[in-house]
Write a protein that binds this ligand. Sequence first.
Ligand SMILES: *Cc1c(COP(=O)(O)O)cnc(C)c1O
Length: 379
Amino acid sequence: MEALLESALVPSVPPTRAGALLTIDLAAVRANYRLLRARANGAVVAGVLKADAYGLGMAHVAPALAREGCRVFFTAHLEEGIRLRGLVPADSRIYVLHGPMPKTARDFVENDLMPVLNDPGQVHEWVQCAHALGRPLPAALQVDTGMSRMGISEADLQGLGKPARWLEGIDVQLLMSHLACADDPEHPMNTSQRQRFETLHTRFPRLPASLANSSAVFLGPEFHYDLVRPGAALYGINPQPGSPNPLRQAVSLDARIVQVRTIAAGDAVGYGARYTASGPRRIATISIGYADGWLRALTGQGYAWIDGVRVPFAGTVSMDSITLDVTGLPEPRIAPGQSVELLGAHQHVDEVATQAGTIGYEVLTRLGGRFHRRYTDIC
Ligand SMILES: *Cc1c(COP(=O)(O)O)cnc(C)c1O
């Protein structure tokens, strides 16, 4: 296990050469997994690891979850599933959400991956493969209950006839669907999708079922069924915006100051001269930008923290740098090399997302490849 882990690790940029330090708290991810398990009322808690574990690094997150007993995982793409297979215990079940695209069924079989079958074409692909191999092949079956994104529609189900026939050769392990509005507990879609799911479930009476993402774990036990599929909550994103976040933030990000200058009233800062000083100002330039995932939409909206003091972005976010208004901070605190917090004790990923007009998912999955990455696992 340890050796496997070593070989799977992506080398990180050395700390002195990187513009920012990204610290991933694996103990927080594990604690979040335990909290979800406690909330899931006995349902199996799978780990959703698509997009490199939402940007945190699947090579580290997967073994950390495995240590907590997690043995069911979801990725989006086949390639992610193949990579994950080398990172988790052999008895782990790995589902690939996008299912078998044409000519990929053998890749699934050879890597011991289970596709989520999303439409009659994917079902056919898997049935053909099972026939060719002369043995049943495991899979999950996704039904659409109102999101119109992935999953077999009710009309398709009608057309297919008796499941025993069109699923011949497939060992269906899970019936699943996905909610469109689970982050809004009051939304009527939650109940309507659940009711459609119940109705469709009656066509596959004995199949284990799964409907809940992170947010739906908190919608109540009637959404849990046999297995829940949290991603975001594992990584500290608040599953119920508007309510206190019960999860631990798993990521902190610190850039550093490159240069400090004094500007006078009327001086402009940054591309487009969008910021003009109304009086004398101290401006610090830090070594992170939109190429690192610190979104350009944070222009005029974002904040950083220096020694517990909140400082606003001044001017347009550049590709590799951001200018901060550090007027009033004591000089030793704003020297080149000084570390500047962008995510951590003072600033949560969900706050940054709000400032940028997006969601925490996007902030995490955009975190760039130029950071020095550090993984900690201290309880
Ligand atoms: C991404 C995804 C999840 C996990 O969703 P979170 O909101 O991150 O918990 C679960 N199920 C499906 C089908 C998904 O695409």
